[in-house]
Design a protein around this ligand. Sequence first.
Ligand code: CDP
Length: 570
Amino acid sequence: MGISKNAQVVLERRYLIKDKDGNTIETVDEMFHRVADAIASSEKMYENGEDAGKLAEVFYDMMTKLEFLPNSPTLMNAGKDLGQLSACFVLPVDDSMESIFEAIKQAALIHKSGGGTGFSFSRLRCEGSVVNSTGGVASGPISFMKVFNVATEAVKQGGSRRGANMGILRIDHPDILKFIDCKSNNKEITNFNISVGLTEAFMKAAEKGDDYDLVDPHTKETVGKLNAAKVFDKIVEAAWRNGEPGIIFLDRLNRDNIVPSQGEIESTNPCGEQPLLPYESCNLGSINLTKMLKKNGESWEFDWKKVEKTVKNAVHFLDNVIDVNKYPIEEIDFTTKQTRKIGLGVMGWADSLLMMKIPYNSTEAIELGERLMKFINEVGREKSQEIAAKRGTFPLFEESILPKDKPQRNGTITTIAPTGTLSIIAECSSGVEPIFGYVFVRNIMDGTEMLEVNSVLKEELERRGLYSEALMKRIAKEGSIAHIEEIPEDIRRVFVSSHDISPEDHIRMQAAFQKYTDNAVSKTVNFSHAATEEDVAEVYKLAFRLGCKGVTIYRDGSRDEQVLNIGKVN
Ligand code: CDP
C-alpha cells in the first residue's frame, strides 16, 4: 500500500507492535488487519450480526486506501491486550480531596492507554476559603491543576504519547482572573490546554459593559462582582499574548447535550472538539476527503456516492468500537455505553480545495464545506438509525432530547478532530485547517537540508514547468506564495496558506462546519504577529455570532518555542 516515508516512521515509532527488546514485529499491512479484524469481531456479539470476515475486509479496504482512519488509540491498541480505543475522556472533579486525587489516578490510567482527559475545575472552592475538617484554607483550582500537571508529566503514555489535558474554569468562579493568567508563563502547566467557560449571560454583560456575579461553588453564594467587559478584555489580552486560554461557550455545549437529565456538560476533551459528560468517552474517526474526489474532465469534484458509502462504513466501524473497547475504568464503560457517542469527522479539506482549485478563503469554499458536512451528518444519522433498527437505540434514547420518531444508535455522530497524527499517516492536510506552509526545509542530523513540498502544489508547478528547488526554497523562506510574482496569479489565488487567510475567514469556515456537526470543530485561528488585541476581540465576537462552540487562536511568534515556524522546521 502507498504509505509515505513520514507515515512509515510515525507508525514504526508508536503504532506497530514491538517485542520486549523494542524490535518492530508488525508490518503496516498487519496493523490494518489487526485493527479491521478486532473491530469487525464485534458482530459476533449480536445474534443478527453481519459476517465478521466480510466486514473486516470492508474496514481493511477503507483504511489501507487511506479513505478513513480511526483515532490513534484504535490503531495502536485494537486487537491487543490493552485494547483501549478512545482518544477522548472527561472526568469529574468534585470539591473534595477524595475526588481530586481519584481523578488524578483515573487520568493516569487513561494517559497510560493513549487517551486524553478533560476536566472542569469549576466545582472546587476558591483559593483561601475555609476547609471545614481542618480549619485550614483551600488551595484553589489552579494549585490543584498543577498537581494534575505533574502527575501527567510522570506518566508517559504507554510508551506511545504523553498525556494531554483540558482544564476548564467557569467565568463566574471567584478565581477566574488567576486562571486566565495561569499559563502566561509558557513553562507552566504544560500538559494542559486551558479554556474559560463562557456563558451567554456573560457575553451579553460584556457587550453592555455590565458587572456580573462571582459565585463560590462551595457555598453557592455571590462573593463578588467583576466588570464583564474588563474580564473579556483580559481573556483577549492573555490569548493575544501566547494563545491561552481558549474560550468555550458552555450554554451551547449544553443546548446540544442530548441527555440533560444526566447532568451538565462542563468540559471537552483536550483539543476542544468533543464535549462530554463526566465519565463519558468518545472514539473518533476521520474521512480523508482527498480520496472522496473524482475527475470530471480535467477538474476534480466530490464523488457523493463514495462519500455516502464511506460515511456509512465509518459509522458502522465507530459503533463497533464502542463494543470491543476495553475501558480503563468501570464507570467509563457504563457511562459511555449509555449514550454511545461517536465522532466522525474529516481531514484533507484544504488539500481537496486545492485539487478543486477553490481558494480556502472564498464564499464557494465556505458554502461547499457547509454542504459537505450537512451531507455527512445526514448520511451518518441514517446509518445510525439503520443500526438502531437491528441492535436497538442507545439505552438513554427515550430520555434524550432527540426526536423520538427516528430511533438512533448513537447519541452524537459527528466531530471534527485535529487529526494531528492521522493526517501524517494519510498524507493530507489536517482536519478542516488551511495549509500552514507549502514548503518546509527540514534539517537532517548530518547538516543536509531536505525540502518537503505540498504534493498538490508540486504537481501543479511541475505540470506547468515551473518547479525548481530554488523556487521552493524561496517559498519556504517567505512562508507563502502570495507575493512570488513568477508564479501565475491563478495559482497564487488558490494556494493560500493560513496566514494569507483573514482570521474572519478562519472563523467562517469553522462556523460552516460547526453548523452540521453534532459535537464541536477543532480549529486554530491564525493571526499575524502584528495583529492587535482588538483584532482578537472581534474574532471572538464573530465566533459567538456565527454559532461556534469555542475558539482557539494563535498569533504567530507569540510563544518562544513555536512548533511550526513559518519557513523552517527543525
Ligand atoms: O490524529 P490523532 O488520532 O492521533 O489525534 P488528533 O485528532 O490530533 O486528536 C484527537 C484527540 O486525541 C485530542 O483531542 C485528544 O483528546 C487526544 N490526544 C491526546 O490525548 N494526546 C495527544 N498527544 C494527541 C491527541
